[in-house]
Design a protein around this ligand. Structure first.
Ligand SMILES: Cc1cc2nc3c(=O)[nH]c(=O)nc-3n(C[C@H](O)[C@H](O)[C@H](O)COP(=O)(O)OP(=O)(O)OC[C@H]3O[C@@H](n4cnc5c(N)ncnc54)[C@H](O)[C@@H]3O)c2cc1C
Length: 419
């Protein structure tokens, strides 16, 4: 293929999971053309999940969380353009414009730009000591402050807030966690899971305050010293972690006319955007998901970014692929491993397998008799076997499902035999 000397057959914007895995899948699929990954961050591709777990706690070094060893990329003929940001896309001329430097030509563009941590808009949001957990740089700064920290307020009871709270408690810090809704994990898990995690965190000393909204952050000499709640309460602290979701990084593609919005760029089952020659994968992409009854969703998980990357790469190579994996996710807090598969939103029935008091149990979510999702706590066997139930949309015998001594594999085989 002939392109301008400065251009690439495939230009990938974003050096996170989606970007790295697209390049890897292209080479694994035998793609011989030129490939470049452009990343706004200066670092080689690294895994984001440890940022709120092992890397935050200091149990893992940065080298240990790299997606591939440093020499891998050049050995694979993948050019790394790090510390450079795309600010505009011209899909007709097939050029991207950078924040600084000359434009770069491409033949196919893969947008894997993820998102940025949503920030508070209230007074004091920019004080020193107020952190988000999205990038290596964020957590490096946070880690630098930890030794002198006594009391932290975590704002947001989603996965990242809870994981950060767990690490801080393990490091011996006082932690107050403030959640605006009436339960933690409200957007991603059923109520039983929420209540279990609230109890676990409280038992470990986290002061969880539900249905609590932040009015402002208070500072002294430019440094955080407290969080003022809307009811007037002041929680004194010397660190704040804000974990209130992300804003998809999609402005350059929207500017080019791609279908989508602030919720993300819309892609089809091959991860193609509405712009010719432009794909999108990972946290920035919205797709119609069969596990959400065809509704458009944006899934924030390593699995989604990786699997979409493989589909985009195969489509570019002409190998044909569609994205239809059941979404899965994990979260580590204390000695608890939560593994989830499927999308539980909209379920109308719940079956509990096991006893939460034993700290090993699963919650199976059903919709009109069909298994749509599972949340498994320290219960990897249920998670592994339950994936097939979700993928097949199994309609199990409810009483059988509740019996812990009957494996989910047996539940599946019984359903198949009876079908
Ligand atoms: C703290 C934390 C914990 C997590 N824990 C889990 C977990 O336990 N399990 C799980 O499945 N998922 C977890 N996730 C989610 C998972 O990490 C993401 O879903 C995944 O990283 C998405 O990959 P991505 O490639 O779409 O985006 P990202 O990994 O965000 O990568 C996007 C990259 O694009 C760059 N970029 C953005 N705009 C531009 C631009 N204009 N020009 C150039 N570069 C740009 C960004 O700087 C970034 O490096 C976690 C995420 C975080 C932050």
């Amino acid at each position: 293929m002939e392109h301008p000397a400065t251009g690439y057959d495939v230009l990938i914007v974003g050096s996170g999971h989606g970007g790295a895995e697209t390049a890897i899948a292209l080479r694994n699929g035998g793609f011989k053309g030129t490939v470049a990954i452009m990343g706004g961050e200066p670092d080689l591709p690294y895994e984001r999940p440890p940022l709120s777990k092992e890397y935050l706690s200091g149990k893992a070094t940065f080298d240990q969380i790299l997606i591939r060893p440093p020499g891998f990329w050049s050995a694979q003929g993948i050019t790394m353009l790090l510390g450079q940001r795309v600010i505009a896309v011209d899909h007709i001329a097939r050029l991207v414009t950078l924040e600084g430097g000359p434009p770069i030509a491409y033949h196919q563009l893969v947008w894997a730009a993820g998102g940025t941590a949503r920030r508070l808009k209230c007074e004091g949001a920019d004080l020193k000591g107020v952190h988000t957990i999205r990038s290596h740089a964020n957590v490096r700064n946070l880690r630098d402050e930890l030794p002198v920290i006594r009391r932290a307020v975590v704002i947001g009871g989603g996965y990242i807030g809870l994981e950060a709270a767990a690490v801080l408690r393990e490091l011996g810090k006082d932690v107050v966690l403030v959640e605006a809704l009436d339960r933690v994990l409200a957007r991603v898990a059923g109520e039983r899971i929420s209540r279990f995690y609230e109890a676990e965190h409280r038992a470990r000393g986290v002061d969880i305050r539900l249905e609590t909204a932040v009015d402002s952050l208070r500072g002294r000499d430019g440094k955080i010293c407290g969080v003022r709640l809307t009811d007037g309460t002041l929680i004194e602290c010397d660190l704040v972690i804000v974990g209130i979701g992300i804003v998809p990084a999609v402005a350059p593609l929207l500017g080019a006319g791609a279908v989508g919005g602030e919720r993300g760029i819309v892609v089809d089952a091959q991860c193609r955007t509405s712009l010719f020659g432009v794909f999108a994968v990972g946290d920035c992409a919205v797709h119609a998901n069969r596990y959400a009854d065809g509704a458009e969703v944006r899934v924030e998980s390593v699995q989604n970014a990786t699997d979409q990357a493989v589909v985009a790469a195969k489509t570019i190579i002409g190998q044909g692929a569609s994205y239809e994996t059941p979404p899965w996710f994990w979260s580590d807090q204390y000695d608890l491993k939560l593994q989830s598969v499927g999308l539980s939103a909209g379920h109308d029935d719940v079956v509990l397998r096991g006893d939460p008091a034993a700290r090993s149990f699963s919650v199976v979510y059903l919709k009109q008799g069909r298994v749509v999702a599972l949340d498994c706590v320290n219960s990897s066997k249920d998670y592994v076997q339950g994936r097939t139930l979700v993928a097949r949309g199994t309609r199990p015998d409810r009483a059988m499902l509740a019996r812990l001594h009957i494996s989910l594999r047996e539940v599946l085989l019984t359903e198949i035999a009876g079908a």
